[in-house]
Write a protein that binds this ligand. Sequence first.
Ligand code: MG
Ligand code: MG
Length: 267
Amino acid sequence: MVNLRSMREIAAMRRAGLVVWGAHQAARAMVRPGVTTIEIDREVENFFIAKEAVALFRGVPGKVPFPAVCCISVNDEVVHGIPGPRVLLAGDVVSIDTGCSVEGWCGDSAITHAVGAVDSEVQKLLDCTSGVLALAIELMAVRNRWSDVASEMAKYVRDYGFSVVENFVGHGIGRKMHEDPQVPNFCTPAFRRNHDFDLKPGIVIAVEPMVNMGSKKVRSMPDHWTQTTVDGRPSAHFEHTVAITENGPVVLTAAPSTPDETIKTAV
Ligand code: MG
Ligand code: MG
């Protein structure tokens, strides 16, 4: 069942989204050669504590509960990387995915950063992945069904010569981080037939394209969480929490749009 949210509820989710945005600024400031991924995770955790936000990733059930507040995935790691002693090197790409709740409402967002200078093909992968997320948000204003957005996302990535990961998809979000519907970044006849949904006011979804430079296929690492590309080539991941309102899509995990927004959320 897909929950439709009122404007009041969407405003509450914006408060969580702003904290997630702030956490990403704190993380971004840490990204440089020589830093470890656990140091970035601790910075984000401290940010959430300072904002009295509840980190959503720690304890997510699996064979072992997820042990950190961010998923940090480097190079061929696609998603769900566990922060640890790994040192970032110039030329790496690092995906940071995090979420929190504020007064019971959730926000979820991911960004892939270049560490120092990266080669031009890797930069193209980042541009394609952030570009396809921007395209999806634009299309949410003018398409009626998610399948129409998803097909255009897949085409956009194909035109770059890259591939959309199909093992993982975006999701509805609200009181819980993961709610219905499933939000794929590609479209199949089965999705169109059985799982498609209308883009109508009140829908709030986390849109999160994962794009691989080579094969779309991924495999799970022995830590039970980290997903890597099967061919060892790099992957990128960008995500925003997006609400559809009567006035079109609103990105709940975007930067503050007015100084007033900043003041209200400053702790
Ligand atoms: Mg996420
Ligand atoms: Mg998500």
